[in-house]
Design a protein around this ligand. Sequence first.
Ligand SMILES: [Zn+2]
Length: 358
Amino acid sequence: MFGAEHVADAKRYERVLYAIWALAQLSLLATLGLYARRGAALARESSAGPIGTGMLLGMLGLGIAWLVGLPFRLAAHWWERRHDLTEAGYLSRVLDEWAVLGAQFLAISLALLVVMALARGLGERWWLPGAAVFVALAGAFAFVAPYLDFETEPLRDGELLAASEEYRRELGLGEIPLRVLEVSDDSQQANAYAYGIGPSRRVVFWDTILEAPFDEGEQRVVLAHELAHHSQRHLPEGLGWFALFAVPGAWILMRATRRRGGLGTPEAVPLALLVAACLQLALAPAANLVSRRMEAEADWVALEVTRDPASLERLMVGFAETSLGDPDPPLWAQLVLGTHPPLVDRVAMARAWEAARR
Ligand SMILES: [Zn+2]
């Protein structure tokens, strides 16, 4: 299906990215471990008040983590450039991160402000209301994110717009704007995503998926898949899953920081960052499992509305070619990094759908 030569190339290509990823994770945890031991001393030299000091330590930890990860992200970028997957320069690769980094600084400051204030007021009982605040913040961000996008343009493809109207009627969806993000100057990789909640729902196509090698049929499958994320309410459902993880996560954070005086004291913040990073890594397999189920459901719904399994198959081959993706990645990589089912499984589902219809 994907061609033996392509699969061999893709496996070679991805093996290096896996190694870079593993080294980046190790150095992140090592650095945060060091910061957890030494960072507390910095708290005593600050005159910003306990919560202000905690927020400063949080931002400092985030800044250090960003800096430690930078060489690995640049190495991965070098590897992508070597394989002609991107033409973006190294400087623009770094500058592209500023918006995300800014949002992370804001998020960590806000989270620490709330959690530290709660911990100072409620003592160790902060974790339950704290978890609720995390979920509320995540929900607010999921709702607002589409309104913070100033880069995309409305989609002008008449055929896709007509298909969208038809699929939305079938899926019982109201108006959902379709937008296009221009990436083709830098990249040939193709992507699309659905985001927003309720009135902020949107679908965004990278412009690379609107041109060759992708044809109309494949673009319609992408459209149907993204609309399915909205019709199956995957984003609110994802928030529900986040809530299920946030409650025990906040409790673990409370217990782990106890010996540093709890999260009401700034000395506990560097340790809290380490615990949060470990939790994120430990929970990745569970989060990816949830994500893969949603993606499989979106594929299934896309088959139901397009009735075009052949286009879904071709789309998967196109993805493998344009991103040098391994159609059948090793099990560990699926568990730790696989947000989508492997391309071979997605093809198998298209064939199963067709067989069931016959
Ligand atoms: Zn999807």
